[in-house]
Design a protein around this ligand. Sequence first.
Ligand code: PMT
Length: 420
Amino acid sequence: MAKLLKNLTNKQILVGITGGIAAYKSAELVRRLRDGGAEVRVVMTRAATEFITPLTMQALSGHPVSLDLLDTESEQAMGHIDLARWADAIIVAPASADFIARLAQGRADDLLATICLATAAPVAVAPAMNQQMWANQATGDNLAILAKRDIKQFGPGVGAQACGDVGAGRMLEAEALTQLTGELFQQGGLQDLKVVITAGPTWEAIDAIRGLSNRSSGRMGYAVAEAAMEAGAKVVLVSGPVSLPKPERVQVESVRSAEEMCQAVLTQIKGADIFIGVAAVADYRPAKVSTKKVKSIDETLTLELVKNPDILATVAALKPRPFTVGFAAESHDLETYARAKLKAKNLDLIAANSISAKPGTNATSGFESENNQILLIDRENNIITLEQQPKTKLARLLIQHISKKYHAQNTTKNSRQASR
Ligand code: PMT
């Protein structure tokens, strides 16, 4: 149970409550989901409010309850589309026979049905009804339609019913529903792991207002951080100066220079399982930094530069060290240079991206762009190509590969230790 509950950490769960006596169990469900680390919002049908008050659900969820589709006030706060997008999963518990029928018909005649229609998140129903209604062919047909649309069915259980009947149709208990909700997220792959990621450029000061930097926007690193968080990891993002919004549910440590980035990484790396260096770290910094603005008097100015610490190589040299992934931005001979960096910095995996446009296309990738393409190279020289696509999608694929490699390596390590 405890393991599955951890799948709920940071997850945003929308609990839908429809009209049925089992609605009282939804209060316990919301409490358990929150105990598991999920953020919960509740949407109730009007019929549900006859069985349990919105105030109870508001107190338990910590958010106002949404009731109506055409309520200007709540649409302004968080409208039906916002709620549909917000949810990582929707659990309708109890799901009445009427609601199941409306869902099967694809109706959008109340807030809950509309959200279920408008979401891309997984939806699950926990049926609750009289045993005769459950046994009715119409209910069976409706549920078969939902199953075809990949809407999950949690339960029902069998036993004594509020109406005095005995049979199938009881809503599952909150504990079982919490466990099944956790299982929806089991495919994440990085549950219980700490992942430290660097992103963006660094800023190496010359004087009070000038500095050396590069064109990294932070987009790739931020997308990798979000993908790792979605896969269930506790993510620390050490970010150089960028103008991106901070990703939700990610711990962001903002830094400016390579030295600051190195310090922050070495502080955060304790207990980390995976390190991914996406930042475009300046290799050099000015040897002297003037606290005043340097005057432009002479025709030429010579800057002496000194080498910055190599953050990635430093992490890879730690004992014990996390699974270490580097990036390589190259304008030519991508594979050759990436392989050389993998070896020189002693990495487990390197993601090589070309910073030149694809020949014959206007498509851009690498720095600043919304898109990227990657060659993934590991120590055994396996190469995987991740085609040009938005950085958000690419990051999810990258995290899947990292997760697979990380678990494969750990299984081998553990079985070696066990056989000693
Ligand atoms: O931020 P975006 O606009 O989205 O662009 C994304 C990106 C192109 C910056 C990103 O995809 C990328 O390729 N990042 C690494 C860029 C880079 O500087 O590569 P490099 O070859 O110089 O460094 C190789 C690796 O060593 C990188 O993982 C880098 O983070 C790390 N490094 C480099 C120097 C240094 N002093 N410390 C480091 O940790």
